[in-house]
Design a protein around this ligand. Structure first.
Ligand code: OKP
Ligand code: ZN
Length: 343
């Protein structure tokens, strides 16, 4: 399997987030992608290619233009205010506040275009966002050109980012842009299978009223897990999208038995939909030792995930999302890909 990777993610580093009442170094750090990159080389999974530059025209079909225009401006506007450190929002337009105006101050816009403060900007953040997007589209191009599969080693991840908001370490929704790109290249139907521990709320929101992209999510039950405010089982899509959004919320402590049943059910529904291509939002934060998650998958289970996905017999693009136990993340992420190759 070919992979796509860029070192440009590394400029997105040294930022902070708020965890349990304390400002701490963000769990989403450069070493995550570097460990996976090393593991790809070590295992000889296949060639590792550099991304080609892509313009944001496909991204503009799943994100709002004003949001895409805002993202590259953040760091320069932050420093123009005489600030340093990490650019973060601190106020949000919740119920009872104006939704129909976008105030001019950067602090207002950071809040308008987000739903949490897990999206710290530093100097290299926009360049990393853009390169992550390019990595996803370059890997999508490999699949479109006839490869059975490809791996986009994206960082930052994307699945919490919606049409006009960032959150949870995510800015551009790489998997959603890739799915749209396949459609624009002639696919009639695309399935997104999100196996990250967290609900892919952004992906769900983007495609909720569309029938051309099926979105299947396995994740921590919003009753006890971030992002809390979406990801319940009764969210099934609306209008043309009715029935094409499928959620499998699972409680803290879920292990392979229960999780793999959900995967099996999701894969059957995916096969029924009969897409032309599958985009896997590949998070490995379901791992028992993940520092921010509460499922109990073990290293031996990750190749089984890949093998089950391979059994679908469909062209498959893997897009990296979460996974935070840095030492093991690489073995588990590449384990999925090896399981896919072996099947
Ligand atoms: C992004 B991805 C940690 C707070 C969790 C948000 C997690 C975002 C995960 N105690 N904050 O889905 O892996
Ligand atoms: Zn996650």
């Amino acid at each position: 399997m070919k992979s796509v990777y860029s070192p440009r993610h590394m400029g997105h580093s040294g930022n902070v987030e708020l965890v349990a009442g304390a400002i701490v170094p963000a769990f989403e750090m450069p070493s995550r992608a570097e460990f996976i990159h090393e593991r790809l080389k070590e295992t000889g999974l296949g060639p590792i290619l550099a991304p080609e530059e892509h313009d944001l025209s496909t991204a503009a079909r799943v994100h709002k233009q004003n949001y895409l225009d805002f993202l590259p401006t953040v760091w320069d506007r932050w420093t123009a205010l005489g600030r340093d450190g990490t650019a973060l929002p601190y106020t949000w337009p919740t119920r009872g506040l104006r939704q129909d105006v976008i105030p001019e101050h950067l602090d207002a816009q950071l809040g308008y275009y987000s739903f949490d403060a897990g999206i710290g900007f530093v100097k290299g953040t926009w360049d990393a966002i853009k390169s992550s997007h390019d990595v996803a589209l370059t890997a999508a191009g490999l699949v479109n050109a006839g490869e059975r599969s490809a791996f986009a080693l994206c960082r930052p991840p994307g699945h919490h980012a919606g049409s006009d908001f960032m959150a949870g370490y995510c800015f551009i929704n790489n998997a959603a842009v890739a799915a749209q790109w396949f459609l624009d290249k002639g696919a009639k139907r695309v399935s997104i299978l999100d196996v990250d521990y967290h609900h892919g709320n952004g992906t769900q929101e983007i495609f909720y009223r569309r029938g051309d992209v099926q979105v299947i999510n396995l994740h921590g039950d919003p009753n006890d897990e971030y992002p809390y405010f979406l990801g319940f089982a009764d969210e099934r899509g609306e209008g043309a999208g009715e029935g094409f959004n499928i959620n499998y919320p699972m409680r803290h402590g879920t292990g392979w038995d229960r999780w793999s049943e959900a995967l099996e059910d999701g894969c059957r529904k995916l096969a029924d939909y009969a897409p032309d291509v599958v985009v896997v939002s590949l998070g490995v934060d379901t791992f028992e030792k993940d520092p921010i998650s509460k499922f109990r998958l073990k290293t031996e289970h990750y190749p089984l995930i890949g093998a089950r996905i391979a059994k679908l017999g469909l062209p498959t693009l893997f897009v990296m999302e979460g996974g935070y136990a840095v030492a093991e993340i690489a073995v588990n992420a590449v384990g999925v890909l090896q399981g896919f190759e072996g099947a």
